[in-house]
Design a protein around this ligand. Structure first.
Ligand code: AMP
Length: 544
């Protein structure tokens, strides 16, 4: 029997129109370093219509791609809402990729127009001659345009183009399965791979993110996406906030602890999201200089495992609830979030659950695949690689075959862990980062967490290094707090409370900073390479 319901598409056109009319009083506020500039969603709605007219005059119709090369700010949001709403495809380019990767993704996506942040005009201009499909560039702010030039490319000032355009646009009704946007993975090996989101997947993801079992967003919220809009769509926070009419606070390029603290104090966000590296910096700043973070009802943190020291520090010293989430560019990205069940009385048990990657959302089906290729039970101890599928999980990469990433209609996440009876996922490692010592696994993530719990440790990453007897042994790369005296023996002693003797690392290296990927995650590939090239000064203790 067929339903009697209307078959109306779920689209970002609808989302944008709802946000800029029904929630026209909500605001987007961009931090400028000293203060902020702000606009209502209603006024932004008119600017979005003007942008759509500008793009249509450039010949953007159907599924042409429009790139952005921007920080998180109002203009970036205008493109975010306007480009998909007109039926075209938004491609936020990761400005932190290596230059050759930026060229690769822009050419691969065949971006025809790029909206460029004025403060990035010079680095973008250097690459422009290699961007084969770009015909028009819109530069925000009042940057010097001389740096942005290439044969066959017209360069415009964003504000002037908008001012000259009509303030109304005939918004189309798009097919919900059409492409709305695309992001490339920040893959540390090989070329980044493209994931293409549909209107339907983006709309459902925005709805899911806003729901009570995730962030419970409402028009009363002020949402601060510190996570860049080019990193898995800032985890869906811009679309989620727009959908419910929450204010958006944009940090622009001011991403260190001090300016983030200043922005939080001045603009009083209720919800914020970023990777642990950013929150660690804010925590350090708050400890040294004080910070009023009392407006935050929840901070969403993911992208890599949240260290216990970070979660406990925010909660105990600043009263802020850090909520751990897991996801991937391939999963839109939000797939799981850690909210403990209501009746967990024991503080230690609550913390254990909050430090897990949480429960998968209802839209994301999951299973763990063991070493023998079979499904392992969700008993909290059986390890396996996580596979997922669902309406906002990608079924393939854009114009690239990668059969190893897909398995009978499921996405192989490359993350290894356990799931307990209540569905809480605990990731112990990336499959390529697991350390296998004498046939047994050592979780690099757990060891990093334990090291970072030491008050004198700023950051720590653990990688496997070849060993004749045990195949692999852990090497701990540690960044010690300035002025602190901490040696390898003390660190190993500190770890011995939590790890079996055979798991304890014998090799330590003290470094200035853990190398990071373009989205702020520990780049263990670089550490392994530096070790292989003899570039790390390793202190090896006798094996006990
Ligand atoms: P990306 O597509 O750049 O967001 O990277 C996705 C990968 O980041 C996942 O496959 C995980 O390996 C890692 N990741 C994301 N969130 C978490 C988390 N909460 N804990 C541990 N690893 C995470």
């Amino acid at each position: 029997m067929q339903s009697t319901m209307m078959d109306v598409p779920l689209s970002l056109t609808r989302l944008m129109l709802h946000a800029t009319t029904t929630h026209g009083d909500a605001r987007v506020t961009t931090w400028t370093g000293e203060g902020s500039r702000s606009e209502t969603y209603a006024a932004m709605g008119e600017r979005i219509a003007r942008l759509a007219n500008v793009l249509r005059d450039f010949g953007i119709t159907g599924d042409n791609r429009v790139g952005t090369f921007c920080w998180n700010d109002q203009e970036h949001l205008e493109a975010y809402l306007g480009v998909p709403a007109m039926g075209a495809v938004l491609h936020p380019v990761n400005i932190r990729l290596f230059p050759e990767q930026i060229v690769y993704v822009t050419n691969h996506a065949e971006d025809e127009v790029v909206v460029v942040d004025g403060s990035l005009a010079v680095p973008f201009g250097k690459l422009l001659p290699q961007l084969k499909t770009v015909r028009h560039v819109l530069v925000t702010g009042d940057a010097d345009l001389a740096a942005v030039a290439a044969d066959g490319v017209e360069v415009h000032r964003y504000e002037e183009a908008l001012a000259a355009a009509e303030p109304a646009f005939p918004w189309p009704e798009v097919d919900e399965r059409q492409a709305a946007g695309m992001c490339y993975t920040s893959g540390t090996t090989g070329n980044p791979k493209g994931v293409v989101y549909s209107h339907r997947s983006s709309y459902l993801h925005a709805s899911g993110l806003s729901r009570g079992d995730v962030l419970a967003l409402s028009p009363l919220d002020r949402v601060l996406p510190v996570v860049p809009m080019f990193h898995a769509n800032a985890w869906g926070l811009p679309y989620g906030a727009a959908l419910v009419g929450a204010d958006l606070l944009m940090p622009e390029r001011f991403l260190q602890g001090a300016p983030i603290a200043a922005m939080i104090e001045a603009e009083r966000p209720t919800v914020a999201g970023a990777v642990p590296t950013i929150w660690n910096d804010l925590l350090r700043h708050g400890r040294e200089h004080g910070a009023d973070l009392s407006s935050l009802r929840v901070v969403i943190c993911g992208g890599s495992a949240v260290p216990r020291s970070l979660m406990a520090g925010f909660e105990q010293e600043f009263g802020v609830n850090v909520r751990h989430a897991w996801g991937m560019t391939e999963t839109s990205p939000l797939a799981s979030i850690a909210i403990p069940p209501r009746d967990v009385a024991d503080d230690e048990e609550r913390m254990r659950i909050r430090l897990s990657q949480g429960r998968l959302l209802p839209e994301v089906e999951y299973r763990l695949i063991g070493d023998d290729g079979g499904v392992v039970p969700n008993d909290g101890t059986s390890l396996g690689e996580l596979e997922v599928r669902g309406p906002w999980v990608t079924a393939r990469y854009y114009q690239e075959d990668d059969p190893a990433k897909f398995h009978d209609g499921w996405l192989r996440t490359g993350d290894v862990g356990t799931i307990d009876e209540l569905g809480y996922l605990a990731i112990t490692d990336r499959s390529k980062d697991v350390i296998k010592s004498g046939g047994e696994w050592i979780s690099s993530v757990e060891m990093e967490n334990a090291l970072m719990a030491h008050p004198d440790v700023v950051e720590a990453a653990v990688v496997g290094i070849p060993d004749e007897k045990w195949q692999e042994r852990p090497l701990a790369a540690v960044v010690v707090r300035e002025g602190a005296a901490l040696d390898a023996a003390q660190l190993r002693e500190a770890l011995s409370a939590q790890f079996a003797k055979w798991q304890l690392p014998d090799s330590f290296t003290f470094i200035d900073a853990v190398p990071k990927t373009s989205v702020g995650k520990f780049d263990k590939k670089v550490l392994r390479r530096r070790f292989a090239e003899g570039d790390l000064e390793v202190r090896t203790l006798p094996h006990e």
